[in-house]
Design a binder for this molecule. Structure first.
Ligand code: ATP
Length: 316
């Protein structure tokens, strides 16, 4: 029996090791809110420090099919229901974000806003056209250089089973406690952490302290503040938060965007109003772009969305 079970046990251990290696590999990237990038070129370039413009030039995109699966699509492997992966999601998308500008992406559900945002850190490669950061095609950049220049705050922030301090330090190895507290305070989560008995040493996650959805999001914002990247990509949706934490998240987000090049999937009136430009997507195409006032005057899709979504959402 041992002869039979011995090898089997050994085999199943290998499988567990491989799985946990994969899981922790993916987790580290999730912590940075970035997944592994697709194929880095051998002569990949570094961006100059502070490079901050974004440009989409005539971008077409479809999600990779089963024959094109790469490490970047680990998430897709976990979603076998994606049978329509060859379908074109973005068509001829062009827009630019100059250094320091705030551009808001709006559009109906499924229009391609999230997809557009994920192409900037090169979570996927375009089918045709180019996405540029700092004037360089993202496919020509080194993965680390691109990751260093971009901070992302998505709807569900991932914390892992370690202390608050280490969860924050992933964004900036070697950050001092003082710098960590400053980021936590600016993200409106400092008081919450101060009230915890072990402070920065508090272990978070499944078997540790459980932060609420809103608190997790503010910790993710604190990470971005600590990292201080020139470009911030933000998904503003905070649907499941109560209005108190929503106001705190909003203040934290404002702080994270200040003085940076920002691409925001906007759900709030205050954001679209102050955006330098609003890019309106419908069915994977840019159908309008301009300031809030100009688009309201135009009386097109944005004006309609403004009446139905933003006015309601704006009354907090
Ligand atoms: P929402 O406001 O609802 O978040 P959105 O404008 O952000 O929508 P996307 O999430 O970019 O839209 O989705 C655009 C289209 O791409 C949708 O039809 C969606 O089903 C599809 N899609 C999104 N993610 C994937 C994926 N990983 N694989 C295949 N198709 C996807």
């Amino acid at each position: 029996l041992t002869r039979l079970y011995g090898p089997l046990t050994a085999l199943s251990n290998v499988r567990v090791d491989v799985m946990s290696a994969l899981v922790s590999f993916q987790r580290v990237f999730e912590v940075l809110d970035l997944q592994p990038l697709i194929r880095e070129k051998p002569d990949a370039k570094e961006l100059p420090e502070g490079a901050a413009s974004i440009a989409f030039r005539d971008v077409d995109f479809h999600y990779p099919g089963a024959d094109e699966v790469s490490l970047a699509s680990l998430e897709d492997l976990a979603r076998p229901d994606r049978s329509d992966n060859g379908r074109q999601i973005l068509t001829g998308v062009s827009f630019a974000v100059a250094p320091g500008e705030l551009v808001a992406l709006v559009g109906p559900s499924g229009a391609g806003k999230t997809t557009t945002a994920t192409l900037v850190p090169r979570l996927y490669d375009v089918s045709s056209g180019t996405v540029e950061v700092g004037g360089v095609d993202v496919r020509d950049l080194s993965a680390s250089s691109l990751a260093d220049h971009i901070g992302m705050v998505t709807q569900d922030a991932h914390l892992f089973h370690d202390t608050v301090r280490e969860n924050l330090r992933y964004a900036r190895p070697g950050a001092t406690d003082e710098q960590i507290w400053e980021a936590l305070d600016r993200a409106q989560i400092g008081e919450t952490v101060r009230r915890l008995e072990s402070g920065l040493d508090t272990v978070v996650g499944e078997r540790g302290y459980r932060f609420s959805g809103g608190e997790k999001q503010r910790l993710a914002i604190a990470r971005v503040l600590l990292k201080a990247p020139p470009i911030v990509i933000l998904d503003e949706a905070t649907a499941h938060l109560d209005s108190e934490s929503e106001a705190a998240v909003q203040r934290a987000l404002d702080s994270a965007l200040e003085g940076r090049t920002s691409l925001v999937i906007a759900h709030r009136l205050s954001t679209v109003r102050r955006a330098d430009r609003i890019v309106v997507l419908e069915d994977g195409r840019v159908v309008e772009s301009g300031t809030h006032e100009a688009l309201v005057d135009r009386g097109g899709l944005y004006a309609e969305l403004y009446k139905t979504q933003f006015q309601e959402a704006g009354v907090l």
